[in-house]
Design a protein around this ligand. Sequence first.
Ligand SMILES: [Zn+2]
Length: 328
Amino acid sequence: MFPWMLEVTKNAPQMAILQLGYAFKNFFEGRAHYPTCRRKGRDDRFTLTNDQFRVQGKRIRIPKLGWLRMCESLRFEGKIVSASIARSANRWYASIVADTNTLFLPPTENQGAVGVDLGVTTLATLSTGETFIGPKASRSLQSRVKRLARSLSRKVKGSHNYAKAKTKLARLLARIADIQRDGLHKLTTYITGQFHTIGIEDLNVKGMLGNHCLARSIADMAFGELRRQLEYKAARRGGQVVVVDRWYPSSKTCSCCGHRLDEMGLQVRQWRCSDCGALHDRDVNAAINLRNMAVSSTVTACRGEGAGLAREAQGETIPGEAGIQQQS
Ligand SMILES: [Zn+2]
């Protein structure tokens, strides 16, 4: 028996055992690594079922702790299922699961179609020609990370000053993560708010997990999250995300005439089609191709307003204008 076991609610280990069951299931089905032990101070989180806590306005009652203030009240109505309490840097978060049917957002504005090309230097390029540079932490934040990490490394492990430096660094890293998440949410909210049909590339998420290059893997994580956000936000607005086959050569195909290049280097930013003479921006051209693929795959499947509009515009794909024509 461990002495600290009585300090926490008996429900915390209860849920943990259930979750261990899921972890082993994921492991045996090849989705995850072998479950590892949690550690106090690192994996500070637990889950409560709805009979263990109460929410009242901007406060939550947690067994053994009593009433705690929250930053905001619960935004959704419906039956509360469970709550996960977790720590990030020096803040505690409660994620409350509610069974609700009020998730639907106002429908998309212009019901058009758009293609989204994802990249490393520019996070996303739309078929309308708009580009979004991914939310990056500013240079001053980056240099502060460096400074704090250096200061942490000079402290004696286990000392009070070590703990203080560690918290400082963790807070800064959490803030950078917040900035990045905010930027991604704004981008996906914008895209799903403007366009009904969204064409994106299928990314090899499994293959990416094996990629050890840091910059690359961070970008890949952002792509996976971007797609997840697009899919759920589009669903709530009555739109749809069309995932185009991973092997479709969206960059190498001319969006005007369909001419396909045999090869194109990664550093090529602009190219002229040898067949029809159109000048293409690499990313915009790829995005237009993704849009056309998304449109053609939905025209046969559904005959909604979105598909009808998109079909009309598809006959005349002038690069750069293709997306704008949708807005009528
Ligand atoms: Zn061409």
